[in-house]
Ligand binder design. Structure first.
Ligand code: FAQ
Length: 336
């Protein structure tokens, strides 16, 4: 498929990270290496290792937010499963949304290894104590949004997450390998879907362009505040959780999208997007970070709707959790 060279490169990076993880697991550090020595040696911290409280708390914050994003992120696309234009597109979208649920579950499991329970994490999401990504507070207005989300939102997600495959906490890094492989498929299906619309009737083309116009800046904002305003970056990079800054990753994403948009024959909604020979990167207009902060604080177009839906789904699922707990208890007694 045309236009996915950037995505191919990212998938290559995931495979290299996977090989590095295997290699790290085989190497042994002398005796009981301290936390700092493990980090300095680019080894992985595992659940039973000693770690500073702030490292543990910071990881719980990030992994939980990431898990919640995957779960809330099912809503904007789930909205279109019943209206997909063909059986094939419906099956693809169903599979994608199920993948997001799976990602949420691997990530909750990774967070649990840090000593927090699934119930605590659920409660933190449902009460708004913990956040989820700003991007899922925007509405999906047309079928073309499914293509734009796959291309831009999953595209931004993998640019941000491929470096996390090399993060210093073993369970998070391992979860990210699988997540990134699946996100890569998501990105391609979105791109392909948008490509078909862009080659279609004038109305389909206009719908594709409108979707790109609406999703571009929220996707740029996904990378977080500019480096100067990022509260966690410095510590997170010192601990090798984050490997690149918010602005570095945002730039990488812009550089990847411009040639892909050209192949689609669609424009990105930024008249100032120009190649800067000196920097070797595209110059671009930054997203509105005040809007990002408003959305993060709960005042985006769909925050209330997303939270109400999640709370309702949780209440309606109570009987499933009770049945699963009763079944587990029955099995436990049978074994005892
Ligand atoms: N939305 O100091 P920094 C996906 C908060 S998954 C909401 O720079 P950090 C898959 C941040 O938490 C998408 N909040 O923070 C999919 C902090 O607040 P706090 C999710 C944001 O952690 C696709 C404050 O601002 N991905 O898309 C956002 O160093 C399609 C200061 O920020 C991840 O979670 C935001 N955009 O860097 C599913 C990846 N940006 O907690 C369905 C893992 C910043 O102090 C369909 N996370 N904040 O109150 C990360 O890489 C990092 O946490 C960042 C933020 C880069 C998001």
């Amino acid at each position: 498929m045309p236009g996915v060279a950037g995505a191919e490169r990212l998938l290559g990076e995931v495979e290299e990270a996977e090989a590095a993880l295997r290699e790290a697991a085989e190497r042994e550090l002398d005796g009981e290496a301290s936390f700092d020595a493990v980090i300095a040696a680019d080894q992985k911290i595992e659940p039973r290792d000693a770690m500073p409280d702030a490292y543990r708390a910071g990881l719980i914050r990030q992994i939980a937010q990431h898990a919640h994003s995957e779960i809330i992120g099912m809503q904007p696309e789930g909205n279109w499963i019943s209206r997909a234009p063909s059986l094939r597109r419906k099956a693809i979208l169903l599979a994608k949304v199920q993948d997001e649920a799976g990602h949420g579950l691997y990530l909750y499991a990774a967070a649990e290894t840090l000593g927090v329970s699934r119930q605590e994490l659920d409660t933190a999401l449902l009460t708004g104590k913990q956040k989820y990504s700003s991007i899922f507070n925007y509405p999906t207005l047309s079928w073309a949004d499914m293509g734009a989300i796959g291309w831009l939102v999953d595209g931004a997600a993998i640019v941000n997450q491929v470096p996390l495959c090399r993060c210093s906490y073993g369970p998070y890094a391992r979860a990210m390998i699988r997540v990134c492989k699946e996100e890569s498929f998501h990105q391609r299906q979105g791109y392909q879907s948008l490509y078909v619309l862009a080659q279609g009737t004038p109305a389909q083309r206009a719908m594709a362009q409108d979707a790109v116009d609406r999703w571009w800046y929220p996707s740029l904002a996904m990378f977080g505040p500019p480096d100067a305003d990022s509260t966690h970056s410095a510590q997170s990079m010192a601990w090798k959780v984050k490997r690149f800054s918010n602005d570095e990753l945002r730039q990488r994403f812009v550089d990847m999208c411009v040639p892909q948009a050209e192949i689609l024959g669609l424009t990105l909604p930024d008249p100032d997007l120009t190649w800067n020979e000196q920097r070797g990167h595209y110059d671009y207009t930054a997203p509105d970070f005040e809007e990002l902060m408003r959305v993060v604080k709960g005042d985006g177009p769909c925050n209330r709707q997303r939270m109400a839906h999640r709370n309702r789904a949780h209440e309606e699922g109570a009987w499933v959790r009770e049945a699963a707990a009763a079944y587990a208890e029955k099995n436990r007694k049978a074994v005892a």
